[in-house]
Structures are given as C-alpha cells and as structure tokens.
Design a protein around this ligand. Structure first.
Ligand SMILES: [Zn+2]
Length: 289
C-alpha cells in the first residue's frame, strides 16, 4: 500500500454564488468564478484518500446516495464519472477496505457517504463497515443540536447511525490519525471544523510531499481565492470573523512551509500553493501532488 495521497470525486454540484461568496460583491467574484444563468457556481465534491501506516484513510465523503430533499432542491449534483465509491473502485478499493474516515465537518456535502440505506424497511448503516470515523466533539454536538440557520446544512441520517454502531470517535483538538497524518482544529466555517495536515516525508510516493507538507483545507476555504483573501468567506460560515483569524494563522504557516493546499470544492485549482504577487498580495498558484 505504501504512503500516498489521491484525490477522489463524488461528482460536482451547482449552488448559489451568493452562498459561496457571502458579502463579496457579485461584480468581483464573477471575474473569478463565472456563474450560470441561474447565478449558480460549480462546486467540486472532492474527497481525499490518504494511504499511510497500512491504513486507507478517507477524508470527507461527499453527498452520498440517500434521498435528500435539500440536496435535490439546492445542489444539482452531477456525476458524469460516477460517485465516490466508483472512484475508490478505480483504485482497486471497496468500501470494506477503508479503515478510517475523517470528517473536516459534518455538512451534507462532506458526510453523505458515511452511511447508506440497507434492509427492509431501509435503515442507515455505516457505508464503510470496517472503518472508525473521526470528527471533533464540538462539531458532532453542533450537528446534533441544529437551529434555524444550520438545519439545512446538517443531515443526521449521515452520522447518528455511526454513534449507534459505536464507530464514531469524538476528538478534542489536535490528534494523530496515522504516521505523518494529523488533524488540527480550524474553527470558523463551523465551530468544530478541522483540517488534515500531512507532514512532509521521503516515505510519500507523491513527489511533492517528499519535501513539503500538505493541508486538506476542508471549508476553512471553500475556494482557493478564499484562502488567499482573508475577508472572502462564504455566507455559510457560522463564525466568519473566527474563520478570518484561522485563515490568517494558516496562511502564515502555508507560506513559510511552501505547503500544498488541497481544496474541497475548487473546480479550477484542486491543489495549490500560496505565493505572493509583485504587489505583495497572496494568491494560490496551481500545483500537483
Ligand atoms: Zn463544503
């Protein structure tokens, strides 16, 4: 198996550009990400497979395949190349081969494949039967105590069955998941949001990771432009001012380490590196793993 990192896809969705860019004027963001005639912008449903220390670790798991009225009405999911399980199959893996699932957070576009429907009558069971799942305790609390603002972003059928099956571990802050793979709290998009840090090591088969670390951002920055520009936060961020401070700290880290950044939703730049323009502004240049 070795040590390697692979980008996976659960498809692509189209969602309202105002939700994606919040207070940023439309006249500005349309130059970065042109919307369609209904003002929707593309959103990749990207997941990451990290193979390390004999473990297959899945970071986030798309929208899944359970019927969901909100996703049906607001996401317009398209899967020309199949779903997340199809992408795993292309790597020769089945759901049973996943040892670990890490959630950056529990929003519906990140936790969908955590469970699937099975039986008659159908009930939710863990999709990955041999996996232990990890999320921050704060995130699980918030996802199970929703309010009018958060209700349509969290879908309990994605994760309550994990608790019932006894396969969900609640984390309190930083934790090591596997050799060279750690999670770190990155609050803002949600209070209990976390990102995944991959340390540089000659062990990695990915050339770029031999000399530079990588950060799986999650929705700390939904699009790369939001990592480069501190005030650009989504309308979905529960704690936008906190997210700005989170990004400020991780910008400094990413720039000083030449880190690879892995985006959950950016269709133009799945992987990038933070650089500075001639005028001293941050920008994210495309990179390869
Ligand atoms: Zn997301």
């Amino acid at each position: 198996m070795g040590f390697s990192v692979h980008l996976l896809s659960d498809g692509i969705s189209y969602w309202d550009g105002g939700g994606a860019f919040g207070l940023v004027p439309r006249t500005k963001w349309i130059k970065i990400l042109p919307p369609d005639e209904e003002n929707r912008v593309p959103q990749a449903l990207r997941c990451v497979l990290v193979q390390a220390g004999g473990q297959n670790i899945l970071v986030d798991c798309g929208v899944g395949d359970k019927p969901n009225e909100v996703i049906a009405a607001q996401y317009d999911v398209r899967r020309p190349n199949g779903n997340l399980l199809d992408d795993l199959a292309r790597l020769g893996l089945t759901a049973a081969d996943i040892h670990t699932v890490v959630f950056t957070h529990l929003h519906g576009d990140h936790a969908g494949w955590a469970t699937r429907l099975a039986g008659d009558p159908p009930v939710c069971i863990p999709t990955f039967p041999n996996a232990r799942y990890y999320v921050q305790r704060q995130e699980y609390h918030d996802a199970t105590h929703t309010n009018e603002r958060t209700r349509n972003t969290y879908f309990p059928d994605n994760y309550v069955a994990l608790t019932e099956a006894g396969v969900l571990t609640l984390l309190d802050g930083e934790a090591e998941i596997a050799p060279q793979v750690r999670v770190a709290p990155t609050p803002g998009h949600t209070a209990g949001h976390q990102s995944v840090l991959i340390e540089a090591s000659p062990h990695w088969q990915n050339e770029a990771l031999k000399s530079a670390p990588a950060l799986i951002l999650g929705d700390m920055a939904t699009y790369m432009i939001q990592f480069a520009r501190l005030p650009w936060v989504t309308a979905y961020d529960v704690l936008p001012l906190v997210n700005i401070e989170t990004k400020r700290a991780w910008q400094a880290w990413a720039y000083s380490h030449g880190a690879l950044l892995i985006s959950p939703h950016d269709t133009q730049t799945p992987v990038g590196r933070l650089t500075k323009t001639d005028k001293g502004f941050f920008t994210v240049d495309p990179a390869t793993l």
